[in-house]
Design a protein around this ligand. Sequence first.
Ligand SMILES: Cc1ncc(COP(=O)(O)O)c(C=O)c1O
Length: 430
Amino acid sequence: MSEHDEWVARDAAVVWHGFTQMASYAENRPIIVDRAEGHELVDIDGRRYLDAISSLWVTTLGHCVPELDDAIKRQLDLGAHSTMLGNGNRVVIELSEALARVVPVDDPHFLYASDGASAVEQALKVAFQHWVNVGSPRSTFLAFGGAYHGDTIGALSLGDDGFGADVFNPLRFPVLRAPRLDDPDCFDVAIRMIAEHAAALVAVVVEPSVQAAGGMLLGVEAGFARLGAACRDHHVPLICDEIATGFGRTGTLFASERCDLRPDIMCLGKGMTAGYLPMSVTVVNDRLYRSFLGDDLGERTLYHGHSYGGNALAAAVALRHLELLDAWDVLANVRERSEELEHLLHDRIAPKPAVREVRLRGLMGGVELAPPDDGLRWGRRVSAAAVDRGVLLRSIGDTVILMPPLTITSRELHRVVHALSDAIDDECAP
Ligand SMILES: Cc1ncc(COP(=O)(O)O)c(C=O)c1O
């Protein structure tokens, strides 16, 4: 047995991998990461892989960035964690002040958690209790087809069917469902639904600009602005889930900016700590926040909190990350590399008969394959073939996702497209 196979066997014996059928885990040739350097992962045999999915969309500036490492080391000497329940922590205050200067939310307040789904769960509870607190309880959310907001039961309810959600249908609460973002009528329909159901709506929930896990579905940005206006006109809070799009992914710091949106609540996670530590946050505007103010320990209080919410190590790296995004003008690189990737995909990938559509916004890309029959698993096979060529890719169904780090270089982009092109040619031969 090779060293790699031994590690895979040890892994499969004790680790349960999410979104992974463990009965065939080993056969699918997983890589076992030994260490990470810059934009690459190095496996236990010393083979290198360009991390073109940013470790599931979290890595922004690469791995082992000295400035980020230092921020964590400095905070370690000051203490790794203290609870946010009823007490504060200096670095969390500093992070919140820094975020308050850049988030497109009016007079924001920051409720921290660890994973994206928890930030969504908090958002829906805050929106729900807001209406209880102002004496107008209601329980209906409006969300979009193709949406994905995480895997906890509340987030799974807001998300569309698919992604394995259906098995939990008896536990999911019903929502009003607007069409998917790739339906040209989706905003007209959603706006009509808002007008019709305004008095029953807790909130409208949307992924601004791009439905990520839906397969990188691109929304018409002017449509979002109309959606935001309809929410305002009908006094329905707008929740923007920027867990995938936040922190520069689409070329602006937040996708809400490109869509002319000022959400009442915004959910952030993933790239917040540059991919270093789990941290998410639910950002709430002052108007909603104020409805929670009242008697000490009274019923208006938000009785919600996670053990590691506002972790100091995560806050320290998130704060330094925010500074570096600015100091290194990372968004300029996102925009330049996005243009370059667009050309590369247009020239090298889109013309292939095996490709149905190429979608890209900022550095969020999806290459949808067009298998002639069901069950061919082209997405999976193309991704595996790219991994064999030293580029780590992953598919959602038959859409191969491209989510390189925000600091990706031109040369590395060529490497990604080259590997993808060869992988499609090999796996999708007529
Ligand atoms: C838009 C969106 N919301 C929520 C989530 C859930 O985040 P997490 O996996 O950190 O729970 C994701 C994850 O992909 C996402 O893309």
